[in-house]
Structure formats: C-alpha cells, structure tokens
Design a protein around this ligand. Structure first.
Ligand SMILES: [Zn+2]
Ligand SMILES: [Zn+2]
Length: 317
C-alpha cells in the first residue's frame, strides 16, 4: 500500500471519528451536519481550490525553485530520522503561522486574505477549510518550501504527505464542535476550546489564540485567551456568536472579489446576473434534501453585552 492511500484512509477515519464525537459531545448543541456554507466549504474550498493550489504550489513554485537553486540532489537534512524532521517542521511552521496570523489580524490589507476564514458562522470540523486563495498560496508555499528544499526528493515524498496529513487532522480537530476541556494541557497544545474562541464574534478574542497546534506560542507572546484561565469582566464560558461583524458574500467567487473590491453585498447577490448562479447551488441542495439555510444554534441565543461590535479595529470592511 502506498503512502497516499494510507494517509487518505487515516484522514477519512479521523473525519468520521470527529463527526461522531461532534454528534455525541457537541460544544454548541443543535448544529446541523449539513449547515449553512458546508457546500461552499466542501466543494469549493476543500476539493476544487485545494486540488489546483497543490499543483500550483508544488509543481509550479517549489519544484522549479528547487532545481533553479541546484538543490535537487542535496538533501541537507535527509539524514535526520523522519520523526525528528516532522517534529522540526511542525514546530517551526507553527511559530511562523503564529506571527503571520497575528499580522493578518492587525494589518488591513492582510486581513482581506484572512476574513474568509472568519466568515464561517457555524464552526465545525469542515470550517477550517475556508481560506482565501492567497492565504493558502502564501502559507503553504512557506510551509512546504523548507521541506522540499532541505530534503532530497525521496525523503520529501515521505515527509510532505505526513505533514499534510497532520495539518488536515489538526485543522479538523481545532475547528470541531466537540465539547472537550483539555484543562492545563491547553497551555501547551491547541484544542477546539481555544480555536472556537478564535472564531467568535466577540471583541475579547479579535486578537487572541493565533497558534494552530502549539498553544504555548500564544501564552508566551501574551495572546492566549480562555475564560477560566484568564477571567473576563463579563464572565461567560462559551462564545455566543461567530463570524464577521459585517456583511460578507456567501459565494466563493464573490468572497474573493470582495477582498479586492468592497461592494454592497446584498445588492450584488440580488443582481439578475448573479442571483441565478447563487440559487442553483441552493436549489440542488434542497433537491438533495440538504437545506443549506439552516440557522446556527448560536444565533438562537440573544447576544450578551459582550458581543463584539468593533469600533476602532482593523476588522472592519
Ligand atoms: Zn484568525
Ligand atoms: Zn480557524
């Protein structure tokens, strides 16, 4: 059995396990499996976008860079054991992600490449896949460049799929709607609690919990947030509202257009040339019995006074 078959099988098994745990122990009770936006996240972001970006990043950026730099036969770190290489790239990549992610939240231009990720109103196992095309190109090129450039092709062909598998598994885990209290372990590694908070539409977390795998980066650099570990003025223990504090398009191409050009979302979505395109997908889902217009359970609750309505932040349209 080749490595790709093994990693795919592990990923599918992991997905089923996470979905089952979400059903058994939900963080936010009442969320639907086929929630609003799942078609967008599964078909456009997970399948179509990932497929084309993998070709672009590996075949058209990293492979030519490797041969141009004369590194094809080198493999400076190839003598390291696989587990040590995976660990090295996990930690260094997460340190990079911490700072780049933090910059994205503070910089108005970079925020445009990250707001798509925060537009999910129902945070579950699939929600992490929603990332702007530029965000993926930047982050995955930087993530995989040292692996491809510092290892010979044979070793890279083992480390790349293992790293990609761990990324995908961890992405599902931290976004999952599983009610698990990891206690003091959350000073070290990331779990759903910290990342569910990162996606909350609450002022307290607009600039918190940037790390994806190793929570210690947030605690070291002073951006860790968890009620209980860091008490609030208005104490509450779970987010009440998710998503962006402003209107955002529902469709893949409009979401990308919106990052370059701010337009009236409702007006454009209702334009006679655009509306049928958006509606055919919803009609198809209704025909399949998967109504995408299901409201999230969180929306049923009345937001508290702590619900964020940012005034002077970069998180504005
Ligand atoms: Zn973020
Ligand atoms: Zn996220």
């Amino acid at each position: 059995m080749d490595l790709l078959t093994i990693t795919t099988a592990i990923l599918l098994g992991w997905m089923l396990l996470i979905i089952t745990l979400e059903r058994l122990f939900p963080y936010t009770p009442g969320l639907k499996l086929f929630r609003e936006g799942w078609w967008l996240d599964l078909v456009w972001y997970t399948l179509i976008q990932s497929y084309f970006l993998k070709i672009l990043i590996f075949d058209y950026i990293l492979a030519p860079a490797k041969s141009a730099l004369g590194l094809s036969e080198m493999g400076y770190l190839s003598h390291w054991p696989i587990w040590a290489l995976v660990l090295l790239f996990l930690v260094t990549h997460d340190l990079y992600i911490y700072w780049f992610h933090r910059w994205q939240h503070h910089n108005k231009i970079l925020w445009r490449t990250h707001e798509a990720h925060h537009s999910v109103k129902t945070v579950d196992w699939l929600a992490g896949s929603r990332s702007h095309v530029l965000e993926i190109i930047i982050n995955q090129t930087i993530e995989f460049a040292p692996i491809v450039l510092l290892l010979d092709n044979e070793t890279a062909a083992v480390v790349v799929p293992i790293k990609a598998l761990l990324d995908a598994m961890w992405g599902m885990w931290i976004h999952s709607n599983i009610d698990v209290n990891m206690g003091k372990l959350q000073y070290f590694i990331n779990g759903p609690q910290m990342h569910q908070w990162h996606h909350a539409n609450h002022r307290e977390v607009f600039y918190a919990n940037y790390a994806t795998k190793f929570a210690f980066f947030d605690w070291i650099f002073g951006t860790g947030f968890l009620p209980g570990l860091k008490p609030l003025k208005h104490a509450f223990f779970k987010p009440r509202e998710y998503g962006l504090p402003y209107e955002y398009p529902r469709e893949y191409f409009l979401q990308h257009a919106f990052s370059f050009w701010r337009f009236d979302v409702k007006k454009v979505e209702n334009h006679p040339w655009v509306k049928p395109y958006i509606e055919w997908q919803q009609t198809l889902l209704r025909w399949l019995g998967l109504d995408p217009k299901e409201p999230s359970a969180a929306a049923a609750e009345t937001p508290s006074s702590t619900t964020a309505k940012p005034a002077q932040t970069t998180l504005t349209p």
